[in-house]
Design a protein around this ligand. Sequence first.
Ligand code: COA
Length: 144
Amino acid sequence: MVFAKIVETEKELQDAFFVREEVFVKELGIPLPLEKDEYDEIATHFVAYFEKQPIAAGRVRFLEDHTATVDRVCVLPPFRRKQIGVLMMQNLEQYIQGSHIKKVKLNAQTHAIPFYEKQNYYITSPEFLDAGIPYRAMEKTFDA
Ligand SMILES: CC(C)(COP(=O)(O)OP(=O)(O)OC[C@H]1O[C@@H](n2cnc3c(N)ncnc32)[C@H](O)[C@@H]1OP(=O)(O)O)[C@@H](O)C(=O)NCCC(=O)NCCS
């Protein structure tokens, strides 16, 4: 069974970092110093497990304009297209809504746009490059 949870221990944090490194650094070629950034100190992290092995991660930050931002959402390749990405987003969004925040912003790698669109995010920017990877900004507003 796969379950996702908020990171509460140093071990869980390292598990989330492990998945991020596998996906963003080893698979997608993002340099480690860019992948691990200063926001890791202030973000709320999430991790998912299958048979005690970490398989997915993501993090949330609250911004000064009363919105939240989601990033570093990732699932290990063998576990993709099994709705685990959706499970992570549901956990992140539940946490955001529990903090009475109504809007989520994120930067989607262009290949991941259908993943976010399926979860009712809409595109708000033209394409831009970050670390050589194309992105578009997306947002979602929760119903009042
Ligand atoms: C993007 C990512 C998190 C999706 O995770 P996932 O667990 O495979 O996604 P899900 O199974 O929950 O997908 C839900 C729906 O999103 C859509 N979707 C997911 N991945 C997709 C893809 N690569 N292309 C098109 N649609 C996709 C599909 O509609 C899918 O439903 P379906 O499989 O029933 O058709 C995962 O592919 C990943 O880790 N990618 C590398 C890291 C990354 O790019 N993260 C996003 C940074 S912005």
